[in-house]
Write a protein that binds this ligand. Structure first.
Ligand code: TMP
Length: 209
């Protein structure tokens, strides 16, 4: 059995970049290497967080202010980290999370225009210095991503936004990459095999450390 402590990995990107398929591949690679892995998502992950998620995605909440939106994201996140993520890591599991604080920088900081400093203040308040060990940012042009995301499901409150909003979100994600060496940019424009090859090579490197 491998006793090395687990890593906290987050996966980010604009809608339609293919996070779910790649997260499942990552989980398989981690398990194949002999580790236990917890898959979770934001907003959500806990009972409280999933209830907050319902409010956040509800199209009926069309008067929600950007600051309310940001604070609800962090309320769900604070609960998620304390109730699920930290205990799993303490138990030696790996944790792979579909979105985390970088989505708040991209959607609320960039898309809604609240700016990085406001998000950073809440990040410090809610998380202290707790950060992911590794963050994959899946990048794809917005038009392609949106056409994939809305092809088979009714649009939620975020998916109902205009393309210009998602262009700001994408730019904010790309700007994050330069802020820390925990980021890995994944080109999600190729076919599934090409994208999965990038993920497999990265995970092989991470798992061998
Ligand atoms: P999902 O589509 O990946 O399930 O995420 C739900 C939506 O929530 C997605 O449109 C991105 C948005 N979101 C934010 O705006 N800020 C955040 O901090 C997080 C975690 C998600």
């Amino acid at each position: 059995m491998n006793t090395r402590p687990g890593k906290f990995i987050t996966v980010e990107g604009v809608e339609g970049v293919g996070k779910s398929t790649n997260i499942n591949l990552m989980a398989k690679l981690i398990r194949d290497a002999g580790h236990e892995v917890l898959l979770t998502r934001e907003p959500g992950g806990t009972r409280l967080g999933e209830r907050v998620r319902q409010i956040l995605l509800d199209k009926a909440e069309d008067t929600m202010s950007p600051m309310t939106e940001l604070m609800l994201m962090f309320a769900a996140r604070a609960q998620h980290v304390e109730e699920l993520i930290k205990p799993a890591l303490a138990d030696g599991q790996w944790v792979v999370c579909d979105r985390f604080t970088d989505s708040s920088y991209a959607y609320q900081g960039g898309g809604r225009g609240l700016g990085d400093e406001t998000v950073a203040m809440l990040e410090t308040l809610a998380l202290g210095d707790f950060r992911p060990d590794l963050t994959l940012i899946l990048d794809l042009d917005v038009a392609t991503g949106l056409s994939r995301a809305t092809a088979d499901a009714e649009a939620d409150r975020f998916e109902s936004e205009e393309r210009a909003f998602f262009e700001k979100v994408r730019t904010a994600f790309l700007d994050r990459v330069a802020t820390s060496d925990r980021y890995r940019l994944i080109d999600a424009s190729g076919n599934m095999e090409e994208v999965q090859a990038q993920i497999t090579s990265l995970m092989t490197e991470v798992l061998s450390k």
